[in-house]
Ligand binder design. Sequence first.
Ligand code: 4NP
Length: 157
Amino acid sequence: MAKDTRVLFVCLGNICRSPAAEGVFLHLLAQEGLEDRFVVDSAGTGGWHVGKPADRRMLAAAERRGIHLPSRARQLDAGDLSSFDHILTMDASNLADVQALAREVGSSSARIEPLVRYCRRMDAREVPDPYYGGPDGFEHVLDLLDDACRGLLEEVR
Ligand code: 4NP
């Protein structure tokens, strides 16, 4: 039996983008019957929302697409850098924060990279934070995550 591939999605608050990425990736895995081969989680660089479910606007937008978001917010910690194989960040600020933590810790076995690197159809520099915007922002994030997570799964499966 192949070893589990461990994938961690990271954003700022862990209530909008990264829990949605986690749910979208889990949804794709379920469709492909690959759930047993992956460990999937998400975390925030900030700790303000620890313990909370995903933002209800994001929960509702995902639910309309048949995607369940099981996440409770937690903060990224140094152990994540060695316990995950892939750490996928949403924007440049998340990427810089995770890289800074990796430098601080001194060792990281995880491959740390922007999730949008795996987009195949859409052209985006980042997954923008939808928190202070309108409903379209949540739909746009889900479209981006769908595209990027499909590309990621193709790459790591
Ligand atoms: P996320 O969005 O990083 O996609 O979870 C945010 C949610 C909350 C805050 C920032 C970003 N906040 O500052 O409370």
